[in-house]
Design a binder for this molecule. Structure first.
Ligand code: ADP
Ligand code: MG
Length: 335
């Protein structure tokens, strides 16, 4: 059997079973945005790690060293945001090809440092080694959260409103622009920036974690088409998504119109937006969305509803069933 048949998530499901049995009390293992461990004083320790591999996650010719430093930490901050936690300490491991310039590394660390300072994160260690091939960057991030306020992927139930905290599709549009050459105008530059310098929704995650009616959260890293399936698996439910409700930024709308791109495909299947996907109990959803709008000056956008497991993931447009041509990202399934 080849990896392409089971994919990234099939592989994780295949090996994780034995590691999930007999976990210590108050511990969440493989399968959420962060692992959760007991910690002092009614709090929990959060741990997450993400790897960026040259040629897979970035092209050195297409992203500045500074932006890559920023992004390496931001993608991990996003996983702590998805738990409703506060990031505290990072560990950075680098496998570096020998031809790399010291000025490049200085700029990488400047980007990482700025992002760490902004998030109140201390770099406490890591590992440095030579790479015979690509540049590989791994960040492990620790965080903390109040025990009663952690939001897992597993808490969603049928009837919950499904919401997102930001625009969808911008990052994937930025990637397409980069792969096709250079941004041609301000809109395209804005989309590329969204791809290169994602913002982790830490304040939004912490705010949502304080609402008891928020039942599940995760960050959008592979595209909602993929990420929503993770919530469905963990929560044992299905989901119905209104493709017309997916929030699109001005730069994305205008660029898609100029280039003839399908905004719904970008928004539903495009990855790396790093906003939060949130399930909220039906009765509280409208009030929480209003309060969110007041707190952040941006809407908490309702994109659908959690349904029963047997209904699976269904898309609608103009009230009718709709299909997506493209699936969310999986490292081994060749999308
Ligand atoms: P995220 O995108 O939030 O970082 P992933 O989709 O990459 O999460 O991973 C899903 C879950 O599987 C996470 O809980 C992650 O920690 C776990 N996981 C992924 N790869 C491995 C691995 N090689 N060994 C152990 N756990 C893993
Ligand atoms: Mg995540």
């Amino acid at each position: 059997m080849k990896l392409a048949e089971i994919g990234e998530f099939g592989l994780i499901a295949r090996f994780s079973g034995p590691f999930l049995r007999g976990l210590p009390p108050r511990t969440t293992g493989i399968g959420d945005d962060c692992a959760v461990l007991p910690w002092a004083g009614g709090r929990r320790l959060l741990v997450t790690t993400d790897m960026l591999v040259e040629g897979t996650h970035f092209l050195r010719a297409k992203i500045s060293a500074r932006d890559l430093g920023h992004k390496s930490l931001a993608v991990n901050l996003s996983d702590v945001a998805a738990m409703g936690g506060r990031p505290t300490a990072a560990f950075l491991s680098l496998a570096i090809p020998t031809d790399i310039d010291i000025a490049w590394l200085d700029a990488f660390f400047a980007g990482l440092r700025a992002q760490a300072r902004g998030a109140g994160v201390a770099l406490l260690g890591g590992d440095t080694t030579r790479s015979p091939g690509p540049l590989v960057i791994n960040v492990a991030l620790l965080g903390e959260a109040d025990a009663g306020r952690i939001k897992l992927r597993s808490g969603a139930g049928p009837g919950d409103a499904l919401c997102v905290t930001g625009f969808l599709g911008d990052s994937d549009a930025g990637l397409r622009i980069l792969l096709g050459g250079k941004p041609r105008n301000r809109d395209e530059a804005a989309l590329v920036r969204r791809h290169d310098r994602p913002r982790a929704h830490l304040a939004e995650g912490a705010w949502l974690a304080r609402r008891a009616a928020v039942t599940a959260m995760m960050d959008v890293s592979d595209g909602i088409d993929s990420d929503l399936r993770r919530i469905m698996e963990r929560s044992g439910c299905g989901a119905a998504v209104d493709l017309d409700a997916l929030p699109l930024s001005g730069p994305l709308r205008r660029t898609a119109a100029r280039r003839g791109w399908d905004t719904r495909e970008l928004a539903a299947a495009g990855g790396e937006d790093y906003c939060l996907l949130v399930a909220v109990r039906r009765g509280a959803a409208a009030a929480i969305a209003r309060a969110f709008g007041r707190a952040f000056g941006r809407p908490l956008v309702r994109i659908g509803t959690i349904t029963r497991a047997r209904d699976g993931l269904r898309y609608f447009s103009a009230g009718r069933p709709a299909e997506l041509a493209r699936r969310g990202f999986d490292h081994f399934k060749g999308n």
